[in-house]
Ligand binder design. Structure first.
Ligand code: HEM
Length: 387
């Protein structure tokens, strides 16, 4: 048996900056076992791109996993037909057409309101003061839970993310996760009767009309909130920060030499908001000379794939003019992000252009620290609006 080679990491250093270790893994042990994470990591882009589609081996079904236990069984933890069915049922709420015809106007109205809120301030934190409420309002409308505030969305999302990653079993973290899921369940109970009377394009209304079981609806709404709040938040603030700290590239957009969409796609490659997606090895399998053990845990490392030097030249450089078509920031298989169209519109057509249009002289006001490897983004991004 040719087990994956062991690669030790320092968890704190990996959280702060995973890229040096990931580069070393890609070079010397592209499929390796990391004892500190109790998981096998797949780090090269083409390996992930191929293997993710092989769902008979790389299964999303993880019975007894923390996500299923705490949030219910959602589409991201299913394979094959059951997965496709639930995904198809949610599609009318998330399709590119619905995003353009229904959600975009909400995104614009809410973003304008958030900009009005900060308009007369000298300095703001792009994460907490701008990107968080913009992302939260978008998710209120998309999910149909308009009775919650943008801050509720952010808190509930974080509560669930922390709960799902609570491998150490902290009771406080688990309690916060239960509070988050209870908040969402109560909001669903509040909104369902209203949406029955007045159906709309939201996920809750759409899934209810398909006859999806309430337990699955609850689980899928929780999935959209746990996965749909912090990524746009981190991508909006992170991409704005990247442009402010690479002013020549921001200028290029102003001159028409590049687009906001290019800036977003490059940012999501450079600092992938979701750095990994977990799978269960469902049967014996060998790949590139490495034997994967059934029932072991494997992480597809999207954040590493997007810096694979065999695909992207000078991958650590932020360059909005590069070809990002091989980036897999939204995944590379049947679980490809269901919110990709909403995210692209929210971030590249609404949030970034409206922010820079309102504050064209905005500049960094200190340093921004980034953190995380499973989810990664700026912890704070202080700017002077220079009105
Ligand atoms: C910048 C923003 C976002 C990024 C980078 C992102 C990235 C991802 C990634 C990497 C996956 C896993 C793909 C895989 O395992 O192959 C995923 C799945 C998913 N995302 Fe997103 N996401 C974003 C925003 C959103 C938003 C706003 C929503 C909801 C409104 C959303 C809903 C989902 C859902 C439902 C899934 C599971 C799909 C399935 O299992 O079929 N995401 N996302």
């Amino acid at each position: 048996m040719n087990r994956p080679p062991v690669f030790d990491i320092d968890p704190q250093a990996f959280w702060k900056d995973p890229y040096p270790s990931l580069a070393e893994m890609r070079k010397s042990a592209p499929i390796c076992f990391v004892p500190q994470l109790n998981a096998t990591l797949m780090t090269r882009r083409d390996d992930i791109f191929t293997c993710e589609k092989n769902i008979a081996v790389f299964s999303s079904d993880q019975p007894g996993g923390l996500m299923t236990e705490l949030m219910g069984e959602n589409m991201m933890r299913k394979d094959g037909q059951p997965h496709l069915e639930e995904r198809k049922q949610a599609f009318p709420a998330l399709s590119p057409r619905t995003v353009q015809s229904v959600w975009k106007a909400h995104f614009e109205r809410q973003t304008a309101a958030v900009l009005d809120e900060i308009d007369n301030r000298r300095t703001v934190d792009l994460v907490g003061d701008f990107a968080m409420p913009v992302s939260g309002h978008a998710l209120r409308h998309i999910t149909g839970l308009t009775c919650l505030s943008a801050g509720d969305m952010d808190g509930a999302s974080q509560g669930m993310i922390d709960g799902v990653g609570n491998y150490a079993g902290s009771p406080e973290v688990e309690a916060r996760c239960h509070a988050a899921t209870a908040l969402i369940d109560n909001a669903i109970d509040t909104m369902l009767p209203k949406l029955e009377k007045q159906p709309d394009s939201s996920m809750l209304s759409v899934l209810h009309r398909t006859g999806q079981k309430l337990a699955s609806i609850r689980a899928n709404i929780k999935l959209a909130i746990s996965g749909g709040q912090n990524e746009p938040r981190d991508a909006i603030a992170g991409c704005a920060w990247a442009l402010l700290t690479h002013p020549e590239q921001l200028q290029l957009i102003g001159e028409g030499g590049a687009t906001w969409r290019q800036a977003f796609e490059e940012y999501a490659r450079w600092v992938s908001p979701i750095g990994m997606s977990p799978r269960r090895i469902a049967q014996p399998f060998s790949w590139n000379g490495v034997d994967l053990e059934p029932e072991s845990r494997l992480f597809f490392m999207f954040g590493s794939a997007n810096r694979d030097e065999s695909i992207f030249s000078d991958p650590d450089r932020f360059d909005i003019t590069r070809d990002t078509s091989k980036a897999i920031s939204f995944g590379a298989g049947p679980h490809f992000c269901a919110g990709a169209a909403a995210s692209r519109t929210l971030i590249a057509e609404v949030a970034l252009p409206m922010l820079f249009d309102r504050f064209p002289n905005m500049a960094p006001d200190g340093a921004a620290a980034f953190g995380g490897w499973a989810f990664r983004g700026p912890l704070a991004a202080p700017v002077n609006l220079n009105k």
